[in-house]
Design a binder for this molecule. Structure first.
Ligand code: C5P
Length: 301
């Protein structure tokens, strides 16, 4: 018997953008970004099994996840990720994937991208491809702008369209990174990322310091500093289009969160809390009217 595994279980962590600066529109239709991206403990789970059949996907949803938003699974990023791996590495085996979905769909938390990243990492291990992470990140960029950062893992500075990813802190800041606690809330709306980007108009970003200040506060474990440095160029557009998202942010603020921000292009918002106990207190204050979850960041790979 050879020791080759036929199945692997992989966690696909959601992400938040602690800063999201849009530096301009590119000639390829995308936008030039600078963003501090941090994975969080909220995650989907994928059970990936090798088969000799065509790639197949089945999805199970946790309470609060609206699976009707997932669309036709045939076009799902997960299956596109399997086919990309087969094609790129010339692998004849297929893969059957069971996806346990806990990350809200279309919520600005990178759920679909995290699932695709997990497929690339999981198949590289399952098929024993011995492939450098940088190669997987370059492949991941073909599937979505957030995928390279999620394959890298840990807290990163994401630039370009999303394909340039640097780990934070820089080597000069050697303090060990502490997790932060936060509440993610979702008002049950799905935001269309292309639509939100289209509505964005160049404004006041150009302050070189949003992501720099954020990095310093993360390195110092300074939750108040992180709360003060939160920034998202898409927030104004999203709040103007969706009053329910504005209201969710106001609820987090009123419940006592230290700083509140839209995640990515929405529809989720998150609020930083002092620690786990403070988060539990705020969660109780919020009650059951607004879907929310208490999580911590995962700053280290
Ligand atoms: O790369 P991804 O498929 O995740 O992007 C979804 C949409 O978000 C793109 O079609 C584009 O409209 C917008 N986007 C952008 N600039 C980026 C990333 C995404 O305009 N850097």
């Amino acid at each position: 018997m050879n020791g080759r595994r036929t199945s692997i279980t992989v966690a696909a962590r959601a992400k938040i953008n602690l800063t999201l600066e849009i530096l301009g529109k590119r000639s390829d239709g995308y936008h030039e970004l600078r963003s501090v991206v941090m994975p969080v403990s909220l995650c989907d789970r994928l059970v990936i099994s090798t088969t000799q059949a065509e790639p197949a996907l089945s999805v199970l949803g946790a309470p609060g996840v609206d699976l009707s938003q997932i669309g036709d699974t045939k076009h799902n990023l997960v299956l596109r990720a399997v086919k990309l791996m087969q094609h790129h590495f010339g692998v004849k085996s297929g893969a059957r994937i069971q996806l346990h979905k806990r990350i809200p769909i279309g919520g600005g938390l990178g759920g679909g991208s995290a699932d695709a990243a997990a497929v690339l990492l999981g198949l590289a291990e399952l098929w024993q491809l011995n492939c450098p992470r940088a190669e997987l990140m370059a492949l991941g960029a073909q599937l979505g702008s957030d995928v390279p950062a999620l394959i890298h893992g840990g807290v990163v500075l994401m630039e370009g369209r999303g394909e340039r990813v640097k780990p934070l802190p820089p080597a000069s800041l050697t303090t060990s990174l502490e997790p932060f606690w936060l509440i993610i809330a979702n008002p049950g709306i799905v935001c269309s990322t292309p639509k939100i980007f289209k509505k964005w108009r160049a404004g006041l970003t150009n302050g070189p310091n949003f992501s720099h200040n954020m990095t310093l506060s993360i390195c110092n474990g300074d939750v108040a500093g992180v709360a003060g440095a939160l920034y998202n160029d898409l927030q104004g557009v999203v709040f103007a289009c969706y009053p329910a998202i504005t209201m969710a942010a106001e609820q987090l603020r009123a419940a006592g969160c230290l700083g509140v921000l839209l995640s990515g292009s929405g529809a989720s918002v998150f609020g930083l809390v002092r620690d786990q106990a403070h988060g539990n207190e705020i969660s109780q204050n919020l009650g059951s009217g607004l879907w929310h979850v208490l999580v911590h960041t995962c700053p280290v790979v």
